[in-house]
Design a protein around this ligand. Structure first.
Ligand code: UDP
Length: 336
């Protein structure tokens, strides 16, 4: 079975490629290295022994994307490729709409035109906005998106819902990620954006490594245990494996709804200050941080009820915050 992984050089994409290869799938990547580096394919090769073919294509470009689908026939696709920074999306909304919406349209069109029908879409817990109930289940109503990034994920989900309605032979799974973090246990791949990191765990490890003089905790007066935001951090290897299970679920024709929707989080909320404490404990490094004002676009608190993914996909995350911080710190120390 040949699977297209868009954004295959990215953080979750690269870990998913490893998991797919280890489970017997053939993989082709499409990545234009907008926020990733080609060297990630070296790391994947060291871990798996496989040199993955990559199409350097801008998926928002319809002609280029459809040309790729002319060259290769896929049994399914996992669509990671997207701009993903909440703060940046607040500053550059049109760039986010243009890229994230067009690339999804083009990938769906390309897959469908070649008669393939299995799509796994990277959605996000940000579609819940500031939810009224926690933990959120897949049935928790989506609230107004807090950022253009979150809106592109809501719109992406809706586009897939609409397409599945008119084209029932097209099958899809929507995966709502909570906060992916950590790195592959081999130390060969991890989060290595070419743009400055803005996600909490890489900011923590870069600060600890002296790459940043200090870091800020964004917001300390929220209505949470200690005033900082609550998130559900999920180890990237556990998250990657959920994609293999999702593509298998589609290929086996097991989907209960179309599209089928799953939350992928560990099911526990951690505040920013608790995450910092966990890092300090695991690494033995004292972090230089300051308490600062809130960041635009941030949701206050969100964590998952993941029971549907466990029940229907057989997904059981096995790693906690210690493994997240430990693997992220090991990975940081391999970076120049
Ligand atoms: N955060 C922080 N300082 C940083 C980066 C992030 O306090 O330098 C906080 C951020 O405000 C949010 C949490 O850490 O509450 C997770 O942020 P991240 O960007 O990793 O993920 P998000 O949930 O925003 O997608």
């Amino acid at each position: 079975m040949k699977i297209l992984v868009t954004g295959g050089a990215g953080y979750i994409g690269s870990h998913t490629i490893v998991d797919l290869l280890e489970n017997g799938y053939e993989v082709v990547s499409a990545d234009n290295f907008h926020n990733a580096r080609p060297t990630v394919f070296d790391g994947i090769e060291v871990i798996t022994g496989v040199r993955v073919k990559n199409y350097n294509v801008d998926l928002a470009d319809r002609t280029a994307t459809l040309a790729m689908f002319e060259k290769e026939k896929f049994d399914g696709a996992i669509h990671f490729a997207a701009y993903k920074l909440v703060g940046e999306s607040v500053d550059m909304p049109l760039a986010y709409y243009r890229n994230n919406v067009n690339s999804l349209v083009n990938v769906m069109e390309g897959l469908h035109q070649q008669g393939s029908s299995n799509l796994v879409f990277s959605s996000s817990c940000s579609v819940y906005g500031n939810a009224d109930e926690l933990p959120v289940t897949e049935a928790t109503p989506r609230k107004q998106a807090e950022s253009p990034y979150a809106l592109t994920k809501q719109v992406g989900e809706d586009m897939i819902v609409d397409f599945c309605k008119t084209t029932p032979e097209f099958k899809a799974v929507l995966l709502r990620y909570f906060n992916p973090a950590g790195a592959h246990h081999s130390g060969k791949i991890g989060e290595d954006p070419s743009n400055p990191a803005t996600s909490l765990v890489p900011v923590i490890t870069q600060t600890a490594a002296g790459k940043r003089p200090m870091m800020k905790v964004f917001g300390t007066d929220y209505d949470t245990r200690d005033g900082s935001c609550v998130r559900d951090y999920i180890h990237v290897e556990d998250l990657a494996h959920a994609h293999t299970l999702a593509i298998r679920y589609l290929l086996d024709g097991k989907a209960s709804d179309n599209p089928a929707l799953f939350n992928l989080g560990i099911g526990e909320g951690l505040t920013v200050l608790e995450a910092i404490n966990a890092f300090e404990k695991v690494s033995g490094v004292k972090l230089n941080y300051e308490l600062g004002p809130p960041r635009a676009g941030d949701v206050i608190a969100v964590y998952a009820d993941r029971s549907k993914a466990t029940r229907e996909l057989g997904w059981e995350p096995t790693r906690g915050v210690e493994e997240i911080m430990d693997s992220a710190w090991k990975w940081q120390q391999t970076l120049a």
